[in-house]
Design a protein around this ligand. Structure first.
Ligand code: GLC
Length: 514
């Protein structure tokens, strides 16, 4: 039914075709939020009638659990790259019944024990690996639709060359193809020596500062930014931040000059998979109307982690990556005073070995107060969201952030910096009106974080207020539907359909918001 409605709206004789190009896709292969977003956005677009095909590599770490058994295509793709042609197999499966997923099978480049790196660090041929993803994606479109999709939607530096290859193609149809490029994190740019350009099939004419060159290097992310018809990022605040020198990671000028084509659309979350009323990974199920199951979840989490329940002591949860962006070092700095205040800490995070060691030290010192699990994500993450009183997210910058959204949905109150998507998804608590969903702070220092945790602790001493905040967060609409419709509005405007979107496209960053 929805598909019909959309066909009428786009005035296309068929559903809009979107080709997603991305390095990660949950639940098959993910290392962070990117994989979750590709899954959630694609399924939400599928649900409103868009024909979505996702192209992503088939890694050695790709898990096929929970998706229909993939079927191999009977012919491989012949993917041209820099004068060479690679033979790439395709395994096809689906998500949510109607989203097609094409897994690129090139054992020499993809079947490894990691997405971007293994225990020896980043793979030395990541440029070629993701150039192959990008070039093969265009071949997939040709195999399925005999030409470009209505919209080529590439993500992060790994998919950026798909946009550049299309724009620089010898084939007019591809040169004119409509493209959207989404930046999930400007800090990762895919920067390689200029000498690699020829091997990757990037022509010399594209090696200048208005194209793929940046600071005397080949910068793949920049290719996506300069060649795409629209650039989006994953929250409106981050879209405004990245055109400033402070957070522009060297690309602020390139982004600023395109600010009339730059949009911020906040990420949703998969509210079916992340639902405390149905989640089998947590000790008890509950919902916004009766969140009492959280008590059992907190006790179970404390028992699992060997923490002393300590009466009514607040349990602070962290699910993160130990990289400077996430600011967990600031939390580690204040562990002694938090312990002094009576708090318990449950930290699930992986990354910087020095920071891991500092957290381990704190665990040895206060084994029943501080617990650390150096793992990534599920399923223990779910138990932290369900059992923690507060969720600590002191990011120095945050394009969108999903952890705070999962936390709110599970009733843990976020304490977070007022940056990027955190500022857009968390509503500052106002005690008088009992509105708000979390505690945002602007002083991005250990003491700023400590003050914010103290504010949250004081609110927690007012049970009626606290119960209300839990409820506010749990009832917040975090679903993909609205955001998918905003992407859809951009697609449709670009694909030449009449501009009658069910939701207007968000205002570009270059135009002041009303
Ligand atoms: C990156 C960003 C994060 C965002 C995610 C998905 O991991 O750091 O803020 O939520 O991409 O867009």
């Amino acid at each position: 039914m929805l598909a019909d409605a959309i066909d009428r709206k786009t005035s296309l004789p068929r559903p809009l075709r979107v080709l997603m190009v991305a390095a990660e896709l949950a639940p098959l292969a993910r290392s962070g939020g990117l994989g979750d977003v590709i899954h959630g956005l694609s399924c939400a677009l599928g649900a409103i009638g868009v024909e979505v095909v996702i192209v992503t590599p088939y890694y050695g770490v790709t898990s096929l659990e929970g998706v229909p058994e993939p079927k191999p295509w009977n012919r491989p793709l012949w993917t041209p790259i820099g004068g060479d042609v690679r033979d790439v197999g395709v395994l096809e499966t689906t998500l949510a019944d109607d989203v097609r997923v094409c897994l690129l099978d090139c054992p020499a480049l993809f079947r490894r024990n990691g997405i971007y790196r293994d225990e020896n660090g980043d793979f030395g041929d990541n440029d070629m690996r993701f150039a192959l993803l990008s070039s093969s994606a265009l071949r997939v479109a040709e195999a399925i639709w005999e030409g470009p999709p209505d919209v080529l939607h590439a993500h992060d530096w790994h998919g950026a060359l798909a946009v550049a290859y299309a724009r620089l193609s010898d084939i007019a149809e591809w040169r004119n193809a409509v493209s959207v490029f989404t930046v999930h994190n400007l800090a990762f740019q895919g920067s390689f020596p200029l000498q690699r350009a020829a091997a990757l099939g990037v022509p010399e004419t594209a090696l200048h500062n208005e194209a793929l060159k940046q600071d005397d290097a080949l910068n793949l992310l920049k290719g996506g930014i300069v060649y795409a018809d629209r650039v989006t990022t994953v929250s409106p605040t981050y879209a405004r931040e990245i055109i400033t020198q402070r957070l522009g990671c060297g690309l602020d000028t390139a982004l600023q000059s395109r600010s009339s084509r730059l949009f911020g659309i906040v990420n949703g979350i998969d509210t079916e998979s992340w639902d405390p009323a149905r989640d089998r990974a947590i000790a008890a199920r509950y919902d916004a109307h009766d969140p009492s199951g959280r008590i059992a979840c907190k006790l179970a989490l404390e028992a699992e982690l060997g923490l002393d329940p300590g009466g009514n002591a607040p349990l602070l949860g962290v699910v993160s990556r130990l990289i400077p962006q996430k600011g967990i070092d600031m939390l580690v700095d204040i562990i002694p005073s938090l312990v002094d205040d009576g708090a318990r800490l449950a930290i699930v995070a992986l990354g910087n070995p020095e920071l891991e060691r500092r957290i381990q030290d704190a665990c040895s010192k206060w084994p029943d107060r501080v617990a650390f699990r150096p793992v990534f994500g599920d399923p223990i993450a779910r138990r932290v969201y369900a059992g923690a009183d507060m969720f600590i997210m002191p990011s120095r910058f945050e394009p969108c952030g999903l952890g705070q959204q999962y936390a709110m949905r599970y009733g843990a109150i976020p304490v977070a910096t007022a940056v990027g998507g955190l500022a857009d998804t968390i509503e500052q608590v106002d005690e008088a009106s009992q509105k708000g969903t979390g505690f945002l702070f602007k002083d991005v220092t250990p003491s700023g974080l400590h003050d914010a945790i103290s504010r949250a602790s004081q609110a927690r001493n007012k049970p009626a207020l606290w119960a209300r905040l839990i409820r506010n967060g749990m009832l917040r609409d975090a679903s993909w539907d609205q955001s998918a419709r905003r992407y859809f509005a951009i697609y449709r405007e670009l694909a030449g359909a009449p501009p009658r979107p069910s939701l207007p496209p968000p205002p570009p960053v270059g135009v002041s918001e009303t």
